[in-house]
Design a protein. Structure first.
Length: 386
């Protein structure tokens, strides 16, 4: 085959579809390729304009964020239905194989992927889209890592209204008003079918705040609103500081490629936007040999601009982790007071160096000196911090 992709999550499926659309013989291999995707995915509507309505679980009429006060967000925040997302990303021309990938051997004319059951699969280009497991590109990352963690419960909207009024049509992107000494925030979003996901979230910590702690906080939050503990539970753990992988003969994609935004934990929209770009690179260069196609894919995954923005966001992650907990709600008041283009550049402008720099500069300029010190210190070498 032309392209073999290890991993049948949304990123792997998106790339497989785009490769098949370009006439490349494409296969996906995964231990359970049709398994249910447990996460609840969300993204900003302007990130993926081509997203069909069938992939959207709920499009809230309004989105709110709270630092110490309310901010009404002008960008539309979408929650996806995993069944609709899978249907949109599925292409019948992609061969789907069930199996556990163990290793890949590269040669001058392509590669051979070895499965645990002894099968060998030959391909021109091999893609690792196995997420944090990175089965073909170095293996799972060591610990501790900076992580975003969360614990959530899916409630009927009529019940969730006691916590978030009009919860069926309102998305609370983050609410820091009841942040504890080890800060976490409320994330509450309608997920369709008259249900709402309410989640206690730790934005960034090394190691991640235990979900047992977050569950206890959510239980207390719900009890204070008179809401019984009953519903489907959801746990989240996202590595925020995964390194950008070195260029090698296997193409990484999705989380495996380091596409998680270090400042927000989001990656799905980036994977959906990059899938046609990477597929174009493979289709246009495979005729010159697998090596040329792999190099072209690496170049479009991590352009110089994307690397520069990633470094800025990594700096933002370190600054946030070093910020006094008492300062975090006020910091987000300043962030959500920024003009929408500045917010969009920082959260979604993966190659927008100027916009990301401008947003960070505005935040620094408006911050009190105690917070400014925390924003500057992570960028200084150790000798300059004394």
């Amino acid at each position: 085959m032309d392209v073999l992709i290890a991993g049948a999550g949304p990123a792997g499926l998106a790339l497989a579809r785009e490769c098949a659309r370009r006439g490349l013989t494409t296969a996906l291999v995964d231990p359970a390729p049709r398994r249910h995707w447990p996460p609840t995915y969300g993204l900003w509507a302007d990130e993926v304009p081509a997203l069909p309505a069938t992939a959207v679980a709920a499009a809230p009429a309004s989105a709110l964020a709270y630092g110490t006060t309310a901010h009404r967000l002008s960008r539309s925040y979408l929650v996806l239905t995993n069944r609709g997302l899978r249907a949109w990303l599925t292409d019948d021309r992609v061969e789907v194989l069930t199996g556990r990938v163990e290793r890949v051997d590269h040669g001058g004319h392509g590669a051979t992927v070895r499965l645990a059951d002894g099968r060998r699969l030959a391909a021109g280009v091999v893609v690792d889209a196995s997420g944090e497991r990175r089965v073909l590109t170095g293996g799972a990352l060591g610990t501790p890592r900076a992580e975003q963690t969360a614990f959530g419960l899916v409630l009927p909207a009529a019940v969730a209204d006691a916590l978030v009024p009009d919860s069926a049509t309102t998305a609370v992107f983050m609410d820091w008003r009841a942040a504890a000494a080890e800060p976490s925030f409320l994330y509450a979003i309608p997920v369709g079918g008259g249900e709402v996901l309410v989640e206690e979230t730790s934005l960034a910590r090394r190691p991640g705040l235990d979900t047992v702690v977050l569950a206890a906080r959510l239980r207390s939050r719900l009890a204070a609103a008179g809401i019984p503990w009953h519903g489907r539970e959801e746990k989240v753990r996202i590595v925020l500081d995964a390194p950008v992988p070195a260029r090698g003969p296997t193409v990484p994609f999705g989380v495996t490629a380091g596409l998680v935004n270090p400042a927000t934990g989001y990656s799905l929209a980036t994977s959906l936007r990059l899938a046609p770009v990477v597929a174009d690179a493979l289709a246009e260069n495979l005729g010159r040999g697998p090596g040329a196609a792999v190099k072209a894919a690496h170049r479009c995954l991590w352009t110089p601009s994307a690397r520069a923005v990633h470094l800025l966001r990594r700096h933002g992650l370190r600054a946030l982790r070093g910020m006094p907990p008492s300062a975090i709600p006020s910091f987000f008041d300043r962030f959500f007071a920024l003009p929408e283009p500045s917010q969009r550049a920082f959260t979604s402008g993966r190659e927008d160096v100027a916009g990301t720099t401008a947003a960070m500069t505005e935040l620094f300029r408006d911050a009190p000196w105690a917070v400014r010190r925390r924003l500057v210190l992570p960028a200084l070498p150790p000798a300059r911090r004394r």
